[in-house]
Structure formats: structure tokens, C-alpha cells
Write a protein that binds this ligand. Structure first.
Ligand SMILES: Cc1ncc(COP(=O)(O)O)c(C=O)c1O
Length: 463
């Protein structure tokens, strides 16, 4: 192995050490060994530099998470101050700490539903695992031990742990990992462009998906299904914005069958879609909510599950009978993470970040949609400051490229060469910049993208 490594990285370099020591998450490991890693060195605001001195504009907010951008001194100050004061404490066994309590209070007040209790974790995956466990614990507590299955959707992304990875509806996250586990079901992805039949309106497509969900509920039995989980706008599945009336129809169905709605706001939460939460943009009334990523602008890891009071109440007696509420992480309510997340949310309010994101989001969407006529573009889609452009082999027939051609990946590479960070999700190119991005910087993102897209077309015509 080591000889091959020297072809892409000089011995002793950080690249060589990376190739020797790391197991990279969500990476094609063979391509990684052929091409070597990209080393990020430093970042400020919406700009990032690699170790060769090249600057990039950040079109993806890291992994959809650096909402306030990089290098925010106020968050650095708060983290250092909290580390000096109380670098660690816990929430186990009735202990508590001020930052966690104040963060829970603030999160509850922001929620798009009548929130009761906040449980802290560290990642979107653990939040969604917690969601499943709380559904099971609740239904056992209220004497409905059969009501346990969770319905997720194809192309949904909810994490990678055994349970949250099972919720995820993308094949590479299941293959060879022996997922999904029993009890996790998947229904259709609400992608009108790809899923609609000839001549079908958005409403008719949404109706067909609701019928398909109802058929699944009837087949399994509503009494065996605890909850449905959805990202208001799907992120990693390709930034899929569901069609008109979709959530209206789904929500009515869930209410009719007494099935809870778990709203995964891990990407959509905190201003991303032009409103504080994706639920508001898409007209959802959640039963419970998961948040992570922008809640701390990724300065430190933090996630939270927020549940209504009626779910919490039966936990009290059940935990007493068992002897404890037996769920929690060493770092649930880590005071430094909580202090940073709290200040992050305060800064979002003080600087009117949600309003800013909504305003700049209009320019963003208009630039995004401006690519609709490009010969390579099948669909442009998004809301607020999130979007994607799907590249197709044939605009008229919507025929996709052969996946082996790697057209999306090539376009992403062209973007990187041109100093723009985006993410290819198959042949869709995703955009999700930090919420602090200015109008001029939005133009910079799409000017660079336009050049890269033309270069991709040129490469396809003259390979
Ligand atoms: C909607 C959604 N839920 C959950 C997760 C999992 O979060 P994490 O990677 O922090 O475990 C992600 C990650 O991208 C996500 O996009």
C-alpha cells in the first residue's frame, strides 16, 4: 500500500499521513487512495483556504452546518470562558448546569410546535436514534407495546448509526452494513420531477404518494406504527422539495391513523429555508423535532430532541418503576457545547440572521433558477438558502447520465478548481452556503458555478 501512497503524497506530508492512518467517513476509499485528500487549513466568514494557499468560497456550509460562517470570535470567546469556568458537567442523576438549562428554555421557545422537554445529544444521528427510543418508551408507558414501527422515506437522510442509518433511505448507507433493521419501513420519495407520471399534476402526484403511504399503513396495521419521520426538505437525498399539498395530505393521514410526525430539522432548522424552521416553510405541525448542525453553527457538536409535554408525563412513572430513565450520553448537556449553541442562537437573533437568510435567499433562488435553461440542467430546486441543480443527459426526456460517467462529481471538481465548494449528490449539485453570505457572495458562488458548468459541458462534448 505505502508505495502507491507516495504517488499522490510526498512521504511525511500530512496527505501521506492521512492516507496511512485515517478511515474516512462517507468516502470512496479507492478514489481516495488514487487522488489523495484535500487538506483544509483555515477559514474565516464564508471563505476557506487549503494547505496550498488556494481560497474557496464555501457553498455548502461544511456539511450543511456552519450557519454563522467560520472564525466567529464571539463564539470562540464564549467557549474559552465556559471551559475556564466549568469545562464539563453532566445531566445524569439530577445534576444540571446553567448553559444546558438556558439553551433548553430558548429552544423550546423557538419550536414550531407546543414544546415540552429537551433532550441533548451530540449529532443528528444520535438525535434520531433517541427519537426512536422515545417513541418505543412512550408507547410501552401508555400500554401500546405493539405500536413501534417507524416509517421513513426513500432518499431521506437521518444519520448513520444502526437505527438512524436504517431510517436513512439511501442504498450506500445500507449495503453490506446489514441495514435496515426490522421495524423501519420506507415509503416514496416526494420527488415530482423524477417520480411523477406523464401529465400528472403536483397535487395528483402528492395524492398518489399519500395513497401509497396509506396502503403501507393498512398493510402493516396502524396499531403497529408509532411514527413517520421526514426532513421538511430532503438534504443529502438531493435537496428534494416536496410538491404542493404533499405535507397537507400526509399530515392528515398520520393524524387519522394516530401516527406521530418526527420532524428532522437537522438541515432545515434555524433559518435555512427562509423561515426559522422547515416545518413553517412546508406547512408541517410536528409531534417531535430533531435539531443539530446550525444549532451550534458547528463550532462544537450538539443535537437536541424536543418532545411535547404529554409524551414526557408517562416517562416519570415508568422511570420510577424501572429505577431510572435509562438513556443519556456522557456529553448530554455538555456545558461548553451548550454555552456555544446558546450564544450562537442569541447572535442569530441579535443579527437578524433568519431575516437576512430569507432576503438573500431570494437572490440565491433566482440565481439558482437562472440555470434552468442550460443544456445540462434537468431541474433546479430549493428554498431560502438551500438548493440543487440536477444534471441530465437529455433535457427533454429527463434521461440521466450513466452513473459511471461521474458527471456530478466532475462538475464538483470543476467548481473546486474554480474556487467554489459545492457537493455532488449523484448528478445533482447541492448548494447550502453559510447563512451570513451576502448578496455579492451569492453572485460569486453562482458565477463560479456557471463557469464550472460550462466546463463540464465542454468536457462531455470533447472528453
Ligand atoms: C436531516 C439530517 N438528519 C440527520 C443527520 C445526521 O447528522 P450527523 O451527521 O450529525 O449524525 C443529517 C446529516 O447530514 C441530516 O442531514
Amino acid at each position: 500500500m505505502s508505495e502507491a501512497l507516495h504517488n499522490v503524497a510526498p512521504p511525511g506530508s500530512i496527505e501521506a499521513k492521512d492516507l496511512e492512518h485515517l478511515l474516512h467517513p462517507t468516502t470512496n476509499l479507492k478514489v481516495h487512495h488514487e487522488k489523495g485528500p484535500a487538506v483544509h487549513l483555515e477559514a474565516k466568514g464564508v471563505y476557506l483556504k487549503d494547505n496550498k494557499g488556494k481560497q474557496y468560497i464555501e457553498g455548502m456550509a461544511g456539511l450543511w452546518c456552519t450557519a454563522l460562517g467560520y472564525g466567529e470570535e464571539e463564539l470562540v470567546r464564549v467557549a474559552a470562558e465556559q471551559m475556564r469556568k466549568l469545562s464539563y458537567s453532566q445531566l445524569f442523576g439530577s445534576k444540571t448546569n446553567e448553559p444546558s438549562v438556558l439553551l433548553a428554555e430558548r429552544l423550546k421557545a423557538m419550536m414550531p410546535f407546543d414544546a415540552g422537554r429537551v433532550f441533548f445529544g451530540l449529532s443528528g444521528s444520535d438525535a434520531n436514534d433517541t427519537q426512536i427510543k422515545l417513541m418505543w418508551y412512550y408507547n410501552n408507558a401508555i400500554g401500546k407495546p405493539e405500536k413501534k414501527k417507524i416509517i421513513s422515506r426513500s432518499r431521506g437522510y437521518h444519520g448513520v448509526t444502526i437505527a438512524s442509518g436504517s431510517l436513512t433511505g439511501l442504498p450506500p448507507f445500507h449495503a453490506q452494513f446489514d441495514l435496515p433493521i426490522p421495524g423501519i419501513l420506507h415509503t416514496d420519495a416526494p420527488h415530482y420531477y423524477r417520480g411523477a407520471q406523464a401529465g400528472e399534476t403536483e397535487e395528483a402526484f402528492a395524492g398518489r404518494l399519500a395513497d401509497s403511504l396509506e396502503a403501507l399503513i393498512q398493510k402493516e396495521g396502524a396499531d403497529t406504527i408509532a411514527a413517520f419521520i421526514a426532513e421538511p426538505i430532503m438534504g443529502a437525498g438531493g435537496v428534494i422539495v416536496p410538491p404542493a399539498t404533499y405535507y397537507e395530505k400526509i399530515q392528515a393521514l398520520l393524524t387519522k391513523h394516530d401516527i406521530f410526525f418526527i420532524d428532522d430539522e437537522v438541515i432545515c432548522g434555524f433559518g435555512r429555508t427562509g423561515n426559522p424552521f422547515g416545518a413553517q416553510t412546508m406547512g408541517i405541525t410536528p409531534t417531535t423535532v430533531s435539531v443539530a448542525k446550525a444549532v451550534s453553527s458547528a463550532y462544537l457538536p450538539l443535537s437536541a430532541v424536543i418532545i411535547p409535554e404529554f409524551m414526557y408525563e408517562p416517562f416519570i412513572e415508568q422511570s420510577a418503576q424501572i429505577g431510572t430513565f435509562g438513556h443519556g450520553f456522557t456529553y448530554s448537556g455538555h456545558p461548553v457545547c451548550a454555552a456555544v449553541a446558546l450564544r450562537n442562537l442569541e447572535l442569530m437573533e441579535e443579527r437578524k440572521i433568519f431575516e437576512h437568510a430569507a432576503t438573500v435567499g431570494e437572490v440565491f433562488q433566482s440565481r439558482l433558477n437562472g440555470f434552468a435553461d442550460h443544456p445540462l440542467v434537468g431541474e433546479t430546486r430549493g428554498r431560502g438558502l438551500i438548493g440543487a441543480i440536477e444534471l441530465v443527459a437529455n433535457k427533454e426526456t429527463k434521461a440521466p447520465f450513466d452513473a459511471k460517467q461521474g458527471v456530478g462529481a466532475h462538475c464538483m471538481e470543476r467548481c473546486e478548481d474554480n474556487g467554489l465548494i459545492v457537493r455532488s449528490l449523484g448528478d445533482s449539485v447541492a448548494f447550502c452556503p453559510p447563512l451570513i453570505i451576502t448578496e455579492d457572495q451569492v453572485h460569486e458562488v453562482f458565477d463560479k458555478f456557471g463557469k464550472s458548468l460550462d466546463e463540464t459541458l465542454e468536457w462531455l462534448r470533447h472528453p
